[in-house]
Design a protein around this ligand. Structure first.
Ligand SMILES: [Zn+2]
Length: 326
């Protein structure tokens, strides 16, 4: 995958200036993607496809983890079929050999990374924008976008489906887990007892960026994505544009408390059902019913009735109450 600067290009074809890059894909289309919308162009710049996508967040990944744990543990792996090599970060042969004959004994999670534990290795998987896992009977026909197929001895398959091919997998030796780049740089999880105002204030110190942007940095609180950061800032009554370096001890306390409370509840409710995620394993999240500001533009604030506003901060849709969050 390679990125080129597309701001002028986007202007030329009349796209709002929130795109972050483009990717040449194998079908000779140019995908222009923002955090939220993917435009797919043909060679002559016609938009041939446009999809609004919201990435799976921590609670959604947790739901996938819990669902898979009930279905795939302790079943010996018979074969592995990788149909799109670029999805696998490790050497393909090592990947296949490492999985065959072993079995998944647990599934953990760090941030938005799923960590499938085998006897000898860990399989790391990131769903990115549209990755989904399906459990199917091996006899079922392999469909388009099923890129990695792991077959168990009971003739069931764990199939990884990803229309955008952004998801990544990596098979690593067990002792290498903590030194693997993507895992090493994860911050504290919501619920971790070390996630305190003191911890947050050291991370926010001297930062001039808006608190909204800083909280999306996975090296601070791991797994907190756009939806939940919007909700956490509403909980803490902090204006999302406030400079991170100016957050007070009291506010930092509320951020930690909000992240713990909101993520715990979101996980309990199975996450927030989002377009590209809904069909994954037939699991439907219910947390969207609990959202207070996210996607509520123009609707009354549940506390003060002021209409919720929506602004772009660093390209991300930010919903907040201008009255409560000062
Ligand atoms: Zn309000």
């Amino acid at each position: 995958m390679y990125y080129i600067c597309i701001s002028n290009y986007a202007k030329k074809v009349g796209i709002p200036n929130r795109q972050i890059g483009t990717k040449k894909d194998t079908r000779e289309h140019t995908l222009v993607f923002s955090c939220k919308t993917i435009f797919c162009f043909s060679k002559n710049n016609c938009i041939i496809n446009r999809e609004v996508i919201i990435m799976p967040e921590i609670a959604e990944v947790e739901t996938v983890r819990n669902t898979l744990k009930r279905q795939i543990l302790n079943k010996k792996i018979k074969s592995v079929n990788v149909r799109y090599n670029k999805m696998i970060e490790s050497d393909i042969n090592t990947f296949e050999k490492g999985l065959i004959g072993d079995e998944f004994i647990d599934i953990k999670r760090r941030g938005k990374w799923l960590i499938f534990e085998l006897h000898n290795h860990y399989l790391l998987s990131h769903l990115r924008m549209e990755g989904k896992f399906f459990l199917k009977n091996s006899a079922e026909e392999i469909i388009k976008h099923e890129h990695v197929i792991i077959t168990f001895i009971d003739n069931t398959d764990l199939r990884y489906h990803d229309t955008r091919k952004f998801g990544r997998m990596n098979l690593i030796k067990k002792e290498d887990l903590e030194n693997t780049e993507c895992i090493k740089k994860q911050g504290l999880e919501p619920g971790d007892k070390n996630l305190t105002s003191k911890y947050l204030l050291t991370k926010f110190k001297n930062k001039k960026l808006p608190i909204k942007t800083v909280l999306l940095d996975q090296t601070i609180i791991s797994g907190l994505g756009n939806i939940y950061v919007n909700e956490v800032l509403f909980y803490a009554k902090i204006n999302p544009l406030k400079e991170a370096g100016k957050i007070t001890d009291k506010e930092a306390n509320l951020i930690a408390e909000g992240a713990n409370t909101i993520i715990k509840e979101a996980i309990k409710m199975g996450g927030t059902t989002i377009k590209s995620y809904t069909s994954s394993l037939g699991v439907t999240g219910r947390f969207q019913n609990k959202l207070k500001v996210h996607k509520k533009e123009g609707q009354p604030c549940p506390i003060c009735n002021t209409p919720i506003e929506n602004v772009k901060i660093n390209g991300r849709s930010t919903y907040f109450c201008p009255q409560c969050q000062k």
